[in-house]
Design a protein around this ligand. Structure first.
Ligand SMILES: Cc1ncc(COP(=O)(O)O)c(C=O)c1O
Length: 414
């Protein structure tokens, strides 16, 4: 009989345990690593994409949760997607200019799960996808296990995805499994996709048969009267819409949705079951009860006012304190401003001085670059001198203070 090996100390994996091939090329999320380092007490952080905790509707949600727990023990049971919640989502979608039916709503455990499920639906092993050069890192994680060929396109900081670059890929004969886009208040760039670019993208999707995964977690957080609407309002065949309660209620609820053709729901259900069987009945019912009580419009109004003021404070502070030659986006909504610094400054290096000496943090642009090595770039982007700043999680006073400190550092180094 072979000797029983002593228990390992947990720090290493036995060499004879083989992991799936794709895990060997897996990169640790640069973003997560940085967030872990900069999230120390005493640091004024513009790094995370966090909503303001002091604005969570805690009392109203607690009341809705209490009511659901007291009235309905199915809230703690396995159960099918909660129909009344779908009805509320249809109403929310109407506010985003999208007309759809309850049958087209698919409830997910956050938008991130929706991206994973859609990646599984569309993408073959080593298939290709089109994403922007600077992109929400969660989409890369959602597709990583398929080891895809990533075709990238640049983004114009005023009008969104470079649609000509998308077309160039398609004209070269590429037929990606899907294109990933954020129509309004892009993460990390803060830009919204202009209507003419939306229409052009949809024409390309129709002509070349390429589905578009439209991620819209920030669409309800807009601070301008004239805001972009999602592409799903213009096309219901090729646009696969993803929404989320994370930024408008709370991320810990882990509740999101898709708007998709009804005929796909059986397949999506099977894919989702592999992840978590179903989204929590308790969360679905309590969010639905919160919406029944009519709390959301006033809450959204509060968020828009507070975040709008924070955005304005940050835009003004960047203008006042950052060096001449700095460029930045003016987001119509969402949580982020993208900053391009003049000169040769490297923001990944600068971060450590910012944290150590100035107690202020941001995310360097490099953290959002579509992963090098697996990409076929339309034109290479240089994010070394860029940073993403979050404005939702600090008060205007903290923003003034923190951007002032960053300005001092930048004047020292640029
Ligand atoms: C663009 C984008 N998509 C998806 C997500 C994930 O959202 P959720 O919390 O609903 O999973 C985020 C979270 O920050 C995001 O910024």
């Amino acid at each position: 009989m072979p000797a029983i090996a002593p228990p390992s100390n947990g720090d290493t994996i036995r060499p004879d345990i083989s992991l799936a091939n794709w895990t060997h090329t897996m990169k640790r999320s640069v973003l997560r690593q940085m967030l872990a380092v900069v999230s120390q007490p005493g640091i004024l952080s513009f790094a995370g994409g966090l909503p303001a905790a002091e604005l969570f509707p805690t009392a109203e949600y607690a009341e809705a949760l209490q009511r659901v727990l007291a009235d309905d023990n199915r809230s703690l049971q396995y159960g099918p997607p909660f129909r009344p919640l779908k009805r509320h989502i249809v109403n929310l979608m109407r506010q985003r200019g999208v007309s759809c039916s309850e049958e087209q709503i698919f409830i997910t455990t956050g938008a991130q799960q929706a991206l994973n499920v859609l990646a599984n639906l569309f993408l073959n092993h080593r298939g290709s996808v089109i994403i922007e050069e600077l992109v929400y890192s969660g989409i890369q994680q959602a597709i990583a296990s398929k080891q895809p060929r990533i075709l990238t396109v640049p983004t114009d900081l005023d009008a969104g995805i470079d649609v000509e670059a998308v077309e160039a890929h398609l004209l070269r004969g590429e037929r990606p499994a899907f294109l990933y886009a954020i129509s309004e208040a892009h993460n990390p760039l803060g830009v919204s996709l202009s209507l003419s670019r939306q229409q052009h993208l949809i024409r390309l999707a129709q002509q070349y048969g390429v589905p578009i995964v439209e991620d819209d977690p920030y669409g309800f957080l807009r601070y301008e009267v004239e805001a972009a609407l999602p592409m799903r309002g213009l096309d219901s065949d090729w646009i696969f819409y993803v929404g989320s309660f994370s930024k408008i209620l709370a991320p810990a609820l882990r509740l999101g949705w898709m708007v998709v053709p009804e005929a796909l729901l059986p397949k999506l259900t099977v894919i989702k079951e592999a992840y978590d069987l179903e989204s929590s009945a308790l969360i679905q019912r309590s969010v639905s009860a919160y919406l029944d009580a009519g709390y959301l419009p006033a809450h959204l109004q509060r968020l828009r006012e507070a975040y709008g003021a924070r955005r304005d404070a940050m835009l003004a502070a960047i203008k006042n304190y950052f060096p001449t030659g700095t460029r930045w986006t003016r987001p119509s909504g969402g949580m982020f401003i993208w900053v391009e610094l003049p000169g040769q400054v490297n923001t990944a290096e600068l971060l450590w001085t910012a944290v150590d000496e100035y107690q202020v943090a941001f995310i360097p642009g490099i953290a959002f670059c579509a992963s090098a090595g697996t990409t076929e770039t339309a034109s290479s982007s240089n994010a070394d001198h860029c940073m993403r700043l979050n404005f939702s999680n600090c008060t205007p006073e903290m923003i003034e203070e923190g951007i002032g400190r960053l300005g001092q550092l930048l004047h020292r180094t640029t």
